[in-house]
Design a protein around this ligand. Structure first.
Ligand SMILES: Nc1nc2c(ncn2[C@@H]2O[C@H](COP(=O)(O)OP(=O)(O)OP(=O)(O)O)[C@@H](O)[C@H]2O)c(=O)[nH]1
Ligand SMILES: [Zn+2]
Length: 348
């Protein structure tokens, strides 16, 4: 089953079966309004239907790379029409350009997200905290990948620093130069599963992706004199790793700046969140109220001042994004209900 290899599961087939006239597919590339969709039989270029456009309430209703969609196909060479986007297992969001709260989907249905940070210039624990929040919020499972071990003399100290803020998150140390830790990445690659790599420019995401794809499909920072091996396959943003699932690599996934991170706070700042329950006032802002357990812990040196500020900053930003996030949470609940319903039906 070709589409199964692309990650389609029972729930997708079940939902698709309700629309026998439509074809199930997965979006592997988006270029403005045009999508590339793989289906069981063919690959199609596709765009959304007029009805879809009319009914869409927000940019996040539109398809994105990684989405499972239902298509109306006529001829292989005609542009197919996307009629529906199936509920998402996970989503990475970004604020739409020029807006404060309207969010669009960067990529969907990612199972595992590798948060990459190099052990030399890029090392920044506060930034990692933000990435972690985004990951928890997306619904994908985070794995921290520390790159360029070969360029760092104090690996252990840095790993320790990260362990303190990334409670329960696996940490992998890698070097594509010495081929260190690469096999550990493979532990998280599984048939039918989709992974993605995020992190600042130059930390080595493309190098890692090329390694797992076993090719030079992506351009890395190296200058090359020949054109061989580059973009030789059809342009895609969702790649198949032979026998090991798929990887999504879009320009949007490579940036983090404007993503929201509401749910993630609880996980990344588990200890601080725990303390807030001990504040005297239930609506404590943790700024200068008397009886604030968080401020007290900072004063006592139990929580670093810097970490406290990172927590407050994230909280302030998230208050801003709350509407969009609530909307998404409602959608997630809906999907869970549908999934439950399907499970139930399936058993009968
Ligand atoms: N020493 C060392 N250099 C590395 C390692 N991994 C990647 N590099 C180098 O770092 C540079 C950037 O690597 P890329 O893989 O292009 O980084 P990227 O994260 O994909 O960057 P963007 O495409 O800008 O997002 C290249 O010159 C790589 O050769 C490593 O483990 N050790
Ligand atoms: Zn407080």
């Amino acid at each position: 089953m070709r589409l199964e290899q692309w990650g389609a599961g029972k729930e997708h087939y079940r939902m698709a079966s309700e629309y026998p006239e439509l074809v199930l597919g997965r979006v592997v590339l988006q270029e403005r309004d045009l999508y590339q969709v793989v289906t069981e039989q063919e690959d199609y270029s596709a765009s959304v239907s007029g009805k879809f456009r009319y009914e869409a309430e927000s940019p996040s209703d539109y398809p994105a790379v990684g989405d499972f969609v239902l298509l109306q196909c006529v001829n292989k060479n005609d542009i197919a029409v996307i009629q529906k986007v199936l509920p998402r297992k996970s989503v990475f969001l970004r604020k739409a350009a020029g807006t404060n709260s309207v969010e669009q989907i960067v990529a969907a249905n990612i199972d595992t997200v590798f948060i990459c940070m190099s052990l030399n210039n890029d090392f920044n624990v506060r930034r990692l905290e933000r990435y972690l929040s985004v990951a928890w919020n997306s619904g994908a499972m985070p794995v921290i990948v520390l790159t360029k071990v070969d360029l760092c003399d104090e690996v252990d100290a840095k790993v320790l620093e990260i362990e303190n803020i990334a409670i329960g998150v696996p940490i992998i140390e890698t070097s594509v130069v010495d081929k260190d830790g690469l096999s550990q990445i493979y532990q998280y690659l599984k048939e039918y599963h989709t992974v993605a790599f995020v992190g600042s420019s130059g930390v080595g995401k493309s190098s890692l992706i090329n390694h797992i794809l076993g090719t030079d499909q992506l351009e890395t920072g190296d200058l090359r004199n020949d054109d061989k091996g580059r973009h030789t396959t059809t342009h895609r943003e969702l790649f198949m790793i032979s026998g090991k699932g798929m990887v999504i690599d879009t320009p949007g996934m490579r940036e983090l700046g404007m993503w929201s991170a509401e749910d993630g706070i609880d996980h990344t700042f588990l200890d601080i969140e725990e303390l807030t329950r001990k504040c005297r006032f239930s609506d404590c802002s943790h700024e200068n109220e008397t009886g604030c357990a968080v401020r007290q812990a900072v004063k006592d040196g139990l929580i670093a001042e810097e970490r406290y500020r990172a927590y407050m900053k994230l909280k302030a930003e998230n208050a801003y994004n709350k509407n969009a996030v609530d909307y998404l949470a409602a959608k997630k609940r809906k999907f869970k209900q549908i999934a439950k319903l399907n499970k139930h039906n399936y058993k009968q």
